[in-house]
Design a binder for this molecule. Structure first.
Ligand code: ZN
Length: 308
């Protein structure tokens, strides 16, 4: 018993000595400018990762949330991000693994100090997908919304924070500035994610540039042009090289990720949206990427902090 206690105390001392505590290794992201990975996974629950979501931290405050897939509600709290400090939320596309926790996060904001409007930027609709504005109506419309009891998000009633939706055309896929304040600027560009209307974002803050691929097959030359010379590219790593045609139209193959990162001259490549099917080929995928891209590569983990 005594030995076990002593061993536990020793382990705790070691954790404290290297600046981490068990279970909260990545829980704070306090540098001046950083991106924190909230969810490094995709739509499969078997990879033990939250689905897509990222926070931009500026001077210790969470200022931008990119995507809000399943599990991001929990990770947002674990990261100690505050709803009231968010200047905007960007949603790359309306697949469930990128947006299903949005309503839960907005609801949590009811218990925050926030009173100012919350800008939400998302794609226009097409095919089987509503646009961002229609999606918000489906959730919160006072008469027909699934969460009609929260209709105040659309009109500011009931003590809820009104959201201001900017819907961005994905086709033709030109780039445009979709949000700007004195802290950062967001430029979007339409990307090819199979038949899904989808956006990628480039965020500029404090002289640094961070690219979020969203989900895409990496084929849009305008995306490569927009992100040229970015400090960080957070890229979807969702398929192995020998993937089927449908998945290859949805996501970039490892060789395509490598070519894109090399062509765009990316400072650091972050592989996220990891799935069991891509992680099971990780060594092979990394080798294929490195045939083209010679810079540093990090495989994202939930709550990982990427300093800039
Ligand atoms: Zn996805």
């Amino acid at each position: 018993m005594l030995i076990r206690r002593a061993r536990r105390a020793f382990v705790l001392v070691v954790f404290v000595a290297v600046g981490i505590l068990p279970g909260s290794a990545f829980a704070t992201c306090s540098s001046q400018l950083a991106v924190q990975v909230l969810g490094s996974g995709g739509p499969d629950a078997n990879d033990a990762r939250a689905s897509a979501g990222y926070v931009l931290w500026i001077d210790g405050q969470a200022r931008l949330l990119v995507d809000a897939g399943g599990g991001i509600f929990l990770r947002f709290g674990e990261a100690k991000a505050k709803f009231e400090t968010l200047d905007a939320i960007g949603i790359t596309h309306l697949h469930a693994d990128h947006v299903s926790d949005l309503a839960a996060l907005l609801k949590s904001g009811f218990f925050s100090e926030r009173t100012r409007q919350l800008p939400i930027i998302g794609p226009s609709g097409g095919g089987d997908f509503p646009g961002m504005s229609e999606y918000m109506r489906i959730l919160f419309d006072a008469d027909h919304g699934a969460y009609r009891y929260l209709s105040g998000y659309l009109d500011g009633s009931g003590g809820l924070v009104k959201v201001a939706v900017t819907e961005v055309k994905t086709d033709p896929p030109g780039s445009e500035v979709v949000f700007k304040n004195d802290r950062f600027e967001v430029t979007s560009v339409g990307v090819t994610h199979g038949p899904v209307p989808a956006l990628a974002f480039l965020v500029a803050a404090e002289g640094r540039r961070i690219a979020f691929s969203g989900d895409q097959n990496g084929h849009n030359p305008q995306f490569a042009a927009l992100i040229k010379g970015s400090d960080i590219l957070v890229m979807d790593h969702a398929v192995p090289e020998q993937t089927d045609e449908v998945s290859g139209h949805l996501h970039a193959r490892p060789s395509e990720i490598g070519r894109l990162a090399a062509e765009a001259g990316i400072g650091k490549l972050i592989l996220s949206h990891n799935m069991a099917r891509s992680l099971s080929h990780l060594d092979e995928n990394l080798a294929l990427i490195r045939e083209h891209y010679k810079g540093p590569i990090t495989v994202a983990e939930d709550l990982m902090c990427l300093d800039l």
